[in-house]
Design a protein around this ligand. Sequence first.
Ligand SMILES: [Zn+2]
Length: 149
Amino acid sequence: MTRLVDEQEKKMKIKGVVGPNVSKVLREREKHIHEYITRPSGSPRYEVTSAKHSFVVDVEKKICSCGLWQLGGIPCVHVVCVYRSHNKNPRKYVHPILTKPTLLTVYSHFLESLRGPTFWTKSPYPDILPPELRVLPRKPKRCRQKDEI
Ligand SMILES: [Zn+2]
């Protein structure tokens, strides 16, 4: 019960749209945006190229050809490149399940506190007992006698 309260207090302290773990991931990805070149290729689509690879980003459908954005909900480095080239904050394009309002909703419910066992009403039914132990079938032990030979 205290864990739920602790988690809710942690989530209340979040500044910004996303939590600290998502922010850390995005900061790491933003460090590598200088390795890529972004070119528009049709209105919602962009081509992001590096020295080795080329990826297609569709900002309208929220798809990157590397698949990381669709898989984790956090914009990959290619998507970060596209949004940074338009001076937009990639944190706004994180999947809604990773945002602060959703986290607050998840931890908004608490368990009801209970009074001690002395205040509990006695059940009219008999106590539930554990099942009887039974020996399960298995391979019989070999009774080998060493003196037989
Ligand atoms: Zn990508």
